[in-house]
Design a protein around this ligand. Structure first.
Ligand code: C2E
Ligand code: CA
Ligand code: CA
Ligand code: CA
Length: 278
């Protein structure tokens, strides 16, 4: 289809129904995504459940490429991980996110924590410490306002090198959070062995807590265990008041979800935040 007369939308049709072709096309286009300014960061508010205050944001990456149908991170992140492109992309995300939050802060907005998703690849193959240092230095963001979200997958390669990186991040004052808790194979012993500050309950549990006693029991146990290890707990994917009430009764520390706001582009987030709590 591609060779038939230069229509650049052609390749999006039949041949792309082949998954391998689509994958290859995404990988090729990802190569130019940074230089063509196709990446945008969206910001989702994180709320302290005790006082309802806005305490931070989670940064979520968006790829604006209409020819490819604006692929979501669930589609393109793992391609970028396989190809190694995630290292350059991850560095870009860190730098942009820190800069954005400092821009708000300098404009008089209350200081926010900024949580950035970090791929295991960035720990294993990339120079995550150098990226973090550069992002903090360039932006002037205090290290204690930066939170790195890591999934259980990384901990499966439990190596001295990775433990050392964790230690050095902690020494800088950067916060570490364990993302998607409860969905992988993480053994509970990770919680003791790694210096996590925060545990994020996966939204699949939160989804069920307003109609499933087992999910409530499980959520209860996760919160109690996290607190006994001096970790804070964030519940993600909170969509209704009933879920929030249950989480508040169970002493969950923070929440995020569509009940408050989806992840928004920077300017819209600022508008949302200015109205919030009025
Ligand atoms: P995640 O870290 O678990 O991010 C939360 C996902 O849940 C986001 O999807 C968010 O938009 C969505 N979400 C938030 N609140 C709600 C809610 O109330 N209900 C429902 N149904 N969904 C909600 P998104 O933005 O599509 O991101 C998907 C995944 O892609 C993320 O999962 C994360 O693993 C990955 N990702 C996103 N941005 C980055 C990035 O910059 N770097 C890396 N390495 N991964 C990223
Ligand atoms: Ca996350
Ligand atoms: Ca998550
Ligand atoms: Ca996820």
């Amino acid at each position: 289809a591609k060779s038939q007369g230069g229509d650049r939308f052609c390749f999006y049709n039949e041949s792309m129904s082949d998954q391998a072709d689509r994958r290859l096309e995404l990988e090729n286009q990802l190569r130019h995504a940074i230089t063509r300014n196709e990446f945008v960061l969206n910001y989702q508010p994180v709320i302290n459940l005790r006082n309802n205050q806005l305490v931070g944001v989670e940064v979520l990456l968006r790829w604006q490429n209409s020819e490819l149908g604006n692929p979501g991170p669930d589609e393109f992140i793992h391609i970028a991980e396989h190809s190694g492109q995630i290292i350059a992309i991850g560095t870009w995300v860190l730098e942009q996110a820190c800069q954005q939050v400092m821009t708000w802060s300098r404009a008089g907005f209350p200081a926010l924590n900024v949580a950035v998703n970090i791929s295991s690849k960035q720990f294993i193959d990339g120079d995550i410490l150098a990226s973090v240092d550069r992002a903090l230095k360039q932006s002037g963001l205090p290290a204690a306002q930066l939170e790195l979200e890591i999934t259980e997958g990384l901990l499966l390669n439990d190596t001295p090198a990775i433990r050392d990186i964790f230690k050095q991040l902690k020494a800088r004052g950067v916060h570490l959070s364990l993302d998607d808790f409860g969905t992988g194979y993480a053994s509970l012993s990770y919680l003791k062995r790694y210096p996590f500050d925060t545990l994020k309950i996966d939204r699949s549990f939160v989804n069920d807590i307003d109609n499933c006693q087992d999910s409530i029991t499980l959520t209860n146990a996760i919160i109690a265990m996290a607190h006994s290890f001096d970790m804070r707990v964030i519940a993600e994917g909170v969509e209704n008041l009933n879920q929030r009430r249950i989480l508040r009764e169970r002493h969950c520390d923070m929440v995020q979800g569509y009940l408050y706001s989806p992840a928004l582009p920077a300017d819209q987030f600022l508008e949302w935040a200015s109205r919030y709590g009025e």
